[in-house]
Design a protein around this ligand. Structure first.
Ligand SMILES: [Zn+2]
Length: 603
């Protein structure tokens, strides 16, 4: 028998239950009933989340619920009063509130819910109302698939004896558990490390053949193995499984979102045509099961569903993960050295040619996530000039740090540092990190706090970038201007017609167009006396000049005709190429360095 106090505690923990049906899936609706028991007498506040874990902006999920009503424990109607755009109050006399509502969802991706005749791709914050103050309650959810559908369930929620009922220990876990109901193709395999064995599940909802899914599962296996080798251990996946929820269909939106024991990855592409690109997203999201889900920044733990969330360490959580996603593809043999150089060169080119670096450090860029990551305001921003994504910027910091460690501290690598981060922050009991602890951890790893302080001051909270040409040379890669003799007027989008061209993008600081005062919306009448009527004329204009040359431009800005001079600059674009592709022969030392860095780490 239970002691009275335990009994009371058990009663207080009566689970929140949800029941979900899809009588109108073709029109993207679900009918949802949420029951909140043992809430006492009085008013209960019921929320639709405003934000979703892993995506930091406000998405205001309340906009897609309607036909909202409430009943008490006896089934009597009780009033629902809307407090504000996101929440309601319901007043009960018998301690139970049951809310009924219709949900509309037509965007299957990492943040939103998509319901149609083929599936229900549920992101929990976009789908489920929750009651304030009941965060610690266990949750029980039952899905009722459409009759005659062949739907099954893929989720990190905990299974029960009923194949349609799942549980979560609390609200944070429930909200972190995307759930796919569809006739997906399932592939499973087991992995073990340090005496623990886990089942990996790949649920693919796509039009691909079973053979294509088989081969993609083999590719995923190799990525999982390379990423495990970085840490030397798997996270403790609950309940002994990790689930890839993959939707590769023309009617979904491309995305990738990390969760604790699963990921939601989606693309309009197919395994048949885009396997490598899809694998790239899978590799990135899977690495998050260590770096982000367990090695986690203090600012985003726990996640607050009632506001935008931000962290100044996304350059580490996202950027270092970007670095390792690409590295895993190279180490597993899916990229050649030339392909690895091309994709890494793309990140270097973007960060080093963007003007934003003078305005903000990578830590400050990270705090802009709520405004740049699927954020939805409609007024223009100056981000072309003032923002650089913390994904590629963080990625090139990881690249530079890895090479610096390998060159300055024999035996030390970024893999080694990630292992230290795992031991200190990710392994149970998990301890979130801060900017200060991250710097201290790096100092401890190399036994040199001054090195870490200098590194953070210059590259993380400062605006400097490392000398990549020098860092990449020992690995046999050449980092250089793609064409330093070419003349350049600026990155710009132009709308051409038979009499001229209209600028349809921001002009960027440092470009001749910006310097001459041209801006978005301006109409270019002539350059060097000729109208611009086709992209080929723009290309020919740059090709016919040298850096330092000047030409006259006539344009209309806000109704006024202006005459200015454009002075060509040298093309700022950079590229990364394997030395052997530039006609050089690698030394033995370069060959060994590259193999230790980019070669397979699975033995
Ligand atoms: Zn990510």
């Amino acid at each position: 028998m239970l002691l009275p106090t335990l009994l009371a505690a058990t009663l207080l923990q009566a689970p929140v239950t949800y029941h979900v049906t899809f009588p109108n899936a073709v029109h993207h609706e679900a009918q949802i009933t949420a029951t909140f028991p043992d809430v006492g007498k009085g008013a209960v506040t019921i929320w639709m989340s405003r934000s979703s874990p892993g995506r930091y902006a406000l998405h205001e999920f309340a906009k897609n619920v309607y036909a909202v009503s409430a009943t008490d424990g006896a089934g009597r109607a009780i009033p629902m009063h809307r407090r504000d755009p996101y929440s309601w109050t319901a007043t009960t006399d018998d301690g139970t509130v049951t809310v009924h509502y219709t949900l509309f969802g037509d965007r299957a991706g990492g943040t939103y819910t998509g319901i149609d005749s083929t599936h229900a791709h549920l992101q929990m914050p976009a789908t489920f109302m929750w009651a304030q103050g009941l965060d610690a309650r266990p949750i029980r959810v039952t899905f009722e698939p459409p009759v005659e559908s062949k739907w099954k369930v893929a989720t990190q929620l905990l299974p029960t004896k009923d194949p349609w009922t799942f549980t979560a220990p609390n609200l944070q876990y429930f909200m972190d558990s995307p759930t796919e109901l569809s006739d997906f193709q399932l592939r499973t395999w087991t992995v073990s490390a340090n005496g623990h064995t886990y089942t990996m599940r790949l649920a693919v909802h796509s039009l691909d053949t079973p053979a294509a899914v088989d081969s993609f599962a083999d590719m995923a296996k190799r990525i999982v193995a390379q990423e495990e080798a970085v840490y030397g251990t798997f996270p403790r996946y609950l309940p002994g499984t990790y689930t890839f929820i993959a939707d590769y269909l023309p009617w979904v939106s491309g995305d990738g979102m990390e969760h604790r024991n699963s990921t939601s990855i989606s693309s309009t592409g197919s395994i048949a045509h885009d396997a490598l690109r899809l694998l790239g997203t899978l590799a990135h999201e899977y690495f998050h099961s260590w770096n982000m889900e367990r090695i986690r920044a203090e600012e985003i733990e726990p996640f607050d569903f009632t506001r935008a969330n931000a962290s100044p360490e996304l350059w580490f959580g996202e950027g270092f993960t970007n670095y390792y996603g690409k590295l895993a593809l190279r180490r597993a043999g899916f990229y050649t050295d030339a392909q690895y150089a091309r994709t890494t060169g793309g990140a270097l080119n973007y960060v080093l040619t963007a003007p934003g670096r003078t305005f903000r450090s990578v830590a400050q860029m990270s705090m802009l996530a709520p405004f740049v990551d699927a954020a939805t305001s409609i007024d223009p921003t100056n981000f072309g000039n003032t923002y650089i994504s913390y994904y590629p910027w963080g990625e090139i910091i990881a690249l530079g740090l890895d090479l610096t460690l390998r060159e300055q501290y024999p035996g030390k690598t970024l893999d080694g540092f990630m292992r230290l981060m795992w031991q200190r922050h990710g392994a149970p009991p998990e301890r979130s990190y801060t900017m200060q602890s991250l710097q201290r951890d790096l100092g401890d790893y190399v036994g040199n706090q001054a090195f870490a302080a200098d590194f953070f001051r210059r590259y993380v909270t400062g605006h400097e970038v490392m000398d990549y040409a020098k860092l990449l040379e020992p690995a046999g890669f050449i980092f250089r201007r793609a064409d330093s003799t070419a003349a350049f007027l600026g990155f710009v989008q132009l709308d051409y017609d038979s009499t001229g061209a209209t600028i349809r993008s921001q002009t960027l600081i440092g470009s001749p167009l910006y310097a001459a005062g041209l801006d978005d919306g301006d109409r270019i009448e002539t350059i060097a006396g000729h109208p611009l009527t086709a992209p080929a004329e723009w290309t020919a204009l740059e090709a016919a000049h040298h850096p330092g040359d000047s030409v006259e431009v006539t344009f209309v800005q806000r109704g006024m005709t202006e005459h200015k001079t454009l002075v060509f600059v040298a093309d700022p674009r950079v590229e990364l190429v394997p030395a052997e592709d530039a006609g050089m022969t690698l030394t033995d030392a370069q060959r060994a360095f590259r193999a230790a860095w980019l070669g397979s780490h699975v033995h």
